[in-house]
Design a protein around this ligand. Structure first.
Ligand SMILES: Nc1ncnc2c1ncn2[C@@H]1O[C@H](COP(=O)(O)OP(=O)(O)OP(=O)(O)O)[C@@H](O)[C@H]1O
Ligand code: SF4
Ligand SMILES: [Mg+2]
Length: 379
């Protein structure tokens, strides 16, 4: 005869707590089956979105963009391990606006920027640039668009050829893309140099003669010589001294006001992003976890990852107490991301559902998107 064990008071409390938190609800849950269902639902959404016309108000519209790198292959060439550097990212950016992309190292910011510019071939998804889907364009089809999309890199030391003069570096793209007649190139370049705060006698000098800030001005001038519409700035100030950073950011802003550029501004420095951006996208392990205009993202961050990142931004007002949220644990590998919500292994608000089901990326206020189970998942 079996005797039923009397439940202790603590066990009763634990059970009630577990019921509230949903613990045990997923005990018999088949993660693999659920992941397959989720994937099918995501593929279906991507398929439906693919049919929609591009937004005429957006200079750049990215839909369900993926860039996976093959890490391991069999002898027959079949990939057995993928690194999901950019995993189903969607957003829109209007002409003349700046989108700041933030997130910890390795979250896929650079890969996103490079894939949009087609410096990486996308694995899947759509990239509408001025209404044309360039995702599947071949290099020859991209050539006429190259002048309209430029990139400024983080390291102004290695991104300039050491044996060319500033004049040579800035004239080359003008010549190659036939921006102005040959006899007008020098005047054209000198005008751009002036706009970028470079003296005209620098024309004959070599990159090694300049400081980091001046070299970054040369890189900016080089990007501008071809009169682009979209400029991807990949950590353009992180290699520079703080005082120089402000000058370069102000130069980028001034050029945007006078020439109407659209920037995709990648940085892990939230103060810089706050200063320059109109829209902000927060990435974690290849996914966009939150996206919205600067005001909503800073005043009402929805995603626990955004809340943690922004809690570390210093407030200039000494009376405002900082409630810093310190994230525990290492960033998982994008080659083997956690199941369910990719952030659940580090999230201070994680619930049981989070380790089983990935949250849907949804619009919670006009233009403000997030992917988190703390908010309603159904339409
Ligand atoms: N060519 C490549 N082949 C394989 N993996 C790559 C390649 N380029 C990037 N990765 C991987 O993709 C992930 C995203 O890298 P990415 O450089 O885009 O991150 P990031 O957010 O720009 O990081 P950081 O802030 O350090 O610049 C990383 O895990 C990186 O190792
Ligand atoms: S879904 Fe869960 S784990 Fe992911 S961010 Fe939201 S609360 Fe945290
Ligand atoms: Mg990077």
């Amino acid at each position: 005869m079996s005797i039923k064990k009397q439940e202790s008071y603590q066990e009763t409390l634990d059970k009630e707590e577990a019921k509230r938190e949903g613990v045990g609800e997923y005990a018999d849950f088949n993660d693999a089956e659920e992941a397959a269902k989720e994937q099918a639902a995501r593929d279906q959404r991507a398929l439906e979105d693919r049919q929609l016309p591009p937004d005429p108000d957006a200079l750049l519209e990215v839909r369900h963009l993926k860039k996976y790198f093959s890490l391991k292959k069999t002898v027959t060439g079949k990939t057995t391990l993928w690194l999901r550097a950019v995993d189903d990212v969607s957003f829109k950016l209007k002409a003349g606006e700046t989108l700041g992309i933030v997130g910890e190292s390795g979250c896929g910011k650079t890969t996103l920027g490079r894939t949009i510019l087609k410096l990486h071939q996308p694995t899947d998804g759509q990239i509408f640039f001025e209404g044309q889907d360039i995702a599947k364009y071949k290099p020859a089809q991209m050539r006429p668009l190259r002048t309209q999309m430029q990139i400024i890199f983080q390291d102004p030391y290695s991104s300039l050829p050491p044996r060319s003069t500033v004049g040579g570096i800035l004239s080359e793209p003008v010549k190659v893309h036939k921006i102005v007649p040959n006899d007008e190139i020098k005047d054209y370049v000198l005008k751009i140099m002036e706009q970028c705060g470079l003296r005209d006698y620098y024309y004959e000098r070599y990159p090694h003669e300049f400081s980091g800030g001046q070299r970054q001005r040369i890189c900016i001038a080089r990007a501008l010589t071809v009169n682009p519409k979209l400029v991807v700035c990949d950590e353009p100030v992180s290699a520079l001294d703080v005082s120089i950073q402000a000058q370069i950011i102000n130069l980028l802003k001034k050029l945007q006001n006078t020439m109407g550029f659209t920037y995709l501004f990648i940085s892990h420095d939230l103060s810089v992003v706050k200063h320059i951006s109109d829209q902000i996208g927060v990435m974690y392990l290849g996914s966009m976890v939150e996206f919205g205009d600067k005001k909503s993202i800073f005043t009402n961050p929805l995603h626990p990852y955004t809340q943690a990142l922004f809690s570390a931004v210093p407030n200039p007002n000494p009376d405002v107490k900082m409630n810093r949220i310190v994230l525990k644990g290492d960033i998982p590998s994008p080659a083997n991301p956690p199941k369910g919500c990719k952030f659940h292994t580090r999230c201070p608000r994680a619930m049981e559902i989070c380790s089983h089901i990935a949250p849907v990326y949804k619009e919670y206020e006009p233009g403000h998107f997030a992917a988190c189970h703390c908010y309603p998942q159904e339409d």
